[in-house]
Design a protein around this ligand. Structure first.
Ligand SMILES: [Fe+2]
Ligand SMILES: [Fe+2]
Length: 246
């Protein structure tokens, strides 16, 4: 039994959104997802998909994408990404009823893997615009957008606290934290997300959202103050799921 993660499938079986324009890595990426997930993930395993599942704007436009995910091996747990318009955070329970026994939508709740609680939320990260000098160093940024970003981080922190609270109340003391957005912006070394990760002593923080060679290093990766930070963007992993726990 193992726990895997993979993010940003960006499926578009019903939407006219070819991904080829985003670079050769995206060419027939759904075939790669199918191949690599089937190769690695066994029926008894758990696979957490860290958001940006579908280009569909509402559930009726995502049915085929979700059916594709459903057909992948293992237990599938989904996190909300910034492109997942089909998923209203306040209506997560309804999605869980609709897909009961097939897909689990992680929001204001938690899932269980061995003696770990899998907690998470979309998160949020300030992404600029940044102002650069001639050498490409950041010398400023849009203040108004940064204020707005702080509010969105607050809202997401509330949702994440709820996820932790429920898991802790149920007696869990070991956690894996899943975010869609990276835990820190390019300006930060710590953030409310790294602070809560340390507060609860999570074993790992798993995130995606960063696309393209130039963005993979936007946030923290590797072991920092005892916590493993793992980037699982589809294009970063060439769509092969990353093992998080045995
Ligand atoms: Fe994405
Ligand atoms: Fe994203």
């Amino acid at each position: 039994m193992a726990l895997y993660a993979l993010g940003d499938l960006h499926l578009s079986f019903q939407a006219d959104k070819p991904m080829d324009g985003f670079g050769s890595i995206w060419k027939h990426h759904e075939a790669k997802i199918e191949k690599y997930v089937n190769r690695r993930v066994k029926p008894e395993d758990t696979l957490v998909l860290t958001g940006d599942h579908s280009w569909g704007r509402k559930l009726s436009e995502c049915r085929e994408d979700l059916a594709f995910i459903e057909a992948l091996p293992g237990r599938k747990i989904l996190l909300r990404g910034n492109h997942d318009y089909f998923w209203d955070a306040k209506k997560t329970e309804r999605l869980n009823e609709l897909y009961q026994g097939r897909l689990f939508f992680l929001q204001n709740n938690y899932a269980v893997y061995r003696d770990y609680a899998l907690v998470g939320t979309k998160g949020y990260t300030f992404e600029g615009p940044f102002y650069l000098d001639r050498r490409g160093r950041v010398i400023g940024w849009d203040q108004e957008r940064e204020r707005q970003a702080r509010k969105l981080v607050e809202r997401e922190m509330g949702r994440l606290r709820e996820s932790f609270r429920k898991a802790e109340e149920a007696g869990f003391r070991k956690f894996i934290l899943f975010l869609h957005y990276p835990p820190t912006s390019i300006l930060e070394e710590t953030s409310p997300f790294t602070e809560i990760a340390e507060e609860y002593g999570v074993s790992a923080v798993v995130y995606s959202h960063c696309h393209g060679e130039s963005r993979f290093g936007d946030s923290i990766r590797g072991k920092i103050r005892g916590i493993r930070y793992v980037l699982v963007s589809g294009d970063y992993l060439n769509f092969c799921p990353e093992r998080i726990l045995e």
